[in-house]
Design a protein around this ligand. Structure first.
Ligand code: SF4
Length: 156
């Protein structure tokens, strides 16, 4: 509960900043955990999320769809070191991150002072295996940070 409270505080502060923190699509990073990929999938998403064939077996298919729709950079990170390297890249001005509470809190502190909206995953198969996320929450976070998210109804 304390971890979720810290995440909620961060998100509230980021949303309050959002009038000053609207970024272009190429400046927004959608950061996903490797455990979101179905554990039977053979695609090397750590190399390139667009290798996902969108078979729909896991949440990555919807995340790829969102990345294409909003033209944001999307990375599937195999670990904390890669995630931190991606958020610290010069072209990254804001981040939408999906992970468990523990990883999100570590990521929020590693990302400061860049704004990050953190979306907690769900773990129906237990920790670190076939994790899921509500795509509507991710899309809402993307639209919150983009300077011109378009006129769509917010649904893919
Ligand atoms: S949706 Fe993409 S990442 Fe998930 S199992 Fe299918 S091909 Fe693999």
């Amino acid at each position: 509960m304390i971890k979720q409270w810290i995440i909620n505080c961060n998100n509230a502060m980021t949303r309050r900043r959002h009038v000053h923190v609207h970024v272009r699509p190429e400046q927004l990073l959608l950061l996903l955990p490797h455990c979101m990929q179905w554990n039977g999938c053979i695609e090397n998403l750590k190399e390139d999320v667009y290798l996902c064939k969108q078979c729909g077996h896991c949440s990555i298919a919807r995340m790829r769809e969102l990345a294409e729709k909003y033209q944001v950079r999307c990375v599937v990170a195999g670990g904390g070191r890669r995630a931190i390297a991606e958020v610290r890249r010069q072209e990254t001005s804001a981040v939408v991150a999906v992970a468990c509470e523990k990883e999100l809190i570590a990521g929020i502190f590693a990302t400061l002072p860049k704004p990050v909206l953190a979306v907690t995953n769900s773990r129906p198969c237990g920790d670190c295996c076939n994790t899921c996320v509500d795509p509507d929450r991710v899309e809402e976070a993307i639209r919150c940070l983009l300077e011109n998210p378009g006129e769509t109804d917010g649904h893919i």
